[in-house]
Structures are given as C-alpha cells and as structure tokens.
Design a protein around this ligand. Structure first.
Ligand SMILES: [Zn+2]
Length: 242
C-alpha cells in the first residue's frame, strides 16, 4: 500500500513537519500559497527552497480564494500563476495542485489541467483510491477528533461530519474517542482491504495549535510497522506521472 501525506498553506511550522517526516523516511507534499493565512507565520522563500530539496511542493493558488466564487478569468490566473510562482521559488517542476477549501467545478478543474498540472487534491476524506487525478480525495484529515475548538467552544463538528463513513467502515465506537485510535483503526481496515493507497492530510499550524505532534509521530511509527507500505509524495498516486 502506498502511504502519502499532504500539508496545506505553507506555514512556518512545515519545517518541523518536514523533519519529522524525514525521520520516518517519508517524502511529503506541501501545497504552498504565498498569502499568509489566519495571521500565522508562513514559510520564507528561502525555507521553501530548502523544503523542496527533501519534499514535493505543490501549488495552492496565490491568494487562497474559493475558486468557484471568483470570476473565471481570475480563477484561471490564480491557477496558472501559482504554478509559475512555486517553480520559481522551489527551482523544481510543480506538477500537483490543491484547491483552496477543496472547492472546484468543471471550469476550475479544466484550468488546472490546461495549466500543465498532473493532478489536484480535494478535501474529501475516507477514500483510498480515486479515478480522477484532478479530484484526488484523501483518507483522513489530521485534526482534533472527535471535538474541535472553535473560538472558545468545543464543537462536535468533526464527529458529526465523519460519523456516517466511520460507521459504514465498521469502526468500533471505542476507537472514536480521539484522533489517534480512530486513525489507526481506519488505516488498518484500509490496509487489510488491500486498498491502493492511504492519504493523510492537514495543516501544520493545527498540529501546533492543538499540541498534536506526538500523535502524528505515533501514527507515522504505526504505519511504518506494516509490511509492504511505501511512503510516496502525492504525485506518485497519479498513473501518468513520468
Ligand atoms: Zn489552504
């Protein structure tokens, strides 16, 4: 089974994540947008250059808009120019794209194809295969589960969103108490079903914000314990990649 991870936006904490992935012999994919998000410190151009030497860098637009809600000519420009920006900063070809907020439609998807990308990631979870390289789903998001802190409240949103797919996978209730036990059981199910790949994705600033570094480390160790698991960047899931 192929194991791949992707990390969005380009937060400064991606460098810590990059080191952690390397310690576990994992090449990740970082979808970087030059516009700062949520007032957080972002990667410098120099840091992106360093990151590109060890991991894959994908494009994530220039200003992080919902591409389905802006004029189509602007959407096209955001997509085309973000590829050029990543290639200039990373000094490497940029073959993968990620739609901000996972929002796309047929126009947007075609712009991504026409810009010369090989594939694009979306934000749908609980998938371990996909036929459309320009709507590549994920398996699990790395975030606080079953509760997520929003403003000053703890919200049940993550559990509500995932309840149906988790139950249809036959995940036992006892595994839904926290992210790590839930993720381990989902991975094991997918592995035993001989699914082609498992795709973990998230935001490094959330790992920081919610103090989840050790959960991520434990999960990477857990995955490594399975025979026939190979860690690859997102582009390796695309059959046409040279
Ligand atoms: Zn994003």
């Amino acid at each position: 089974m192929l194991f791949t991870t992707s990390w969005d936006d380009g937060y400064a904490s991606d460098m810590r994540l990059a080191d952690l992935l390397m310690e576990h012999e994992c090449t990740g994919t970082f979808y970087i947008c030059p516009k700062p998000q949520y007032g957080k410190e972002m990667l410098s151009k120099h840091a992106i250059g360093l990151l590109a030497q060890r991991h894959e860098i994908g494009a994530h637009t220039l200003t992080h808009p919902d591409l389905t809600r802006i004029p189509i000519e602007l959407a096209q420009e955001e997509i085309q120019r973000s590829k050029i920006w990543v290639e200039t900063v990373s000094q490497k070809p940029c073959t993968m794209f990620c739609y901000p907020y996972g929002a796309y439609n047929e126009h947007v998807k075609n712009f991504v194809k026409e810009a010369g990308f090989f594939g694009a990631r979306i934000t749908e979870n609980f998938h371990c295969s996909g036929n459309d390289p320009f709507a590549l789903p994920a398996s699990i998001q790395f975030y606080p589960f079953p509760l997520r802190r929003i403003f000053n409240r703890r919200c049940i949103g993550p559990l509500q969103k995932s309840w149906k797919p988790l139950r249809s996978l036959g995940i036992p209730l006892t595994s839904l108490r926290a992210w790590l036990p839930m993720a381990k059981v989902v991975f094991q199910k997918m592995y035993e079903s001989e699914e082609p790949w498992f795709h973990l994705w998230g935001h490094s600033q959330e790992i920081d914000r919610y103090g989840m570094w050790s959960d991520l480390e434990k999960f990477l160790k857990f995955v490594k314990g399975f025979e026939n698991t190979k860690c690859v960047p997102n582009s390796s899931l695309i059959p046409t990649t040279p």
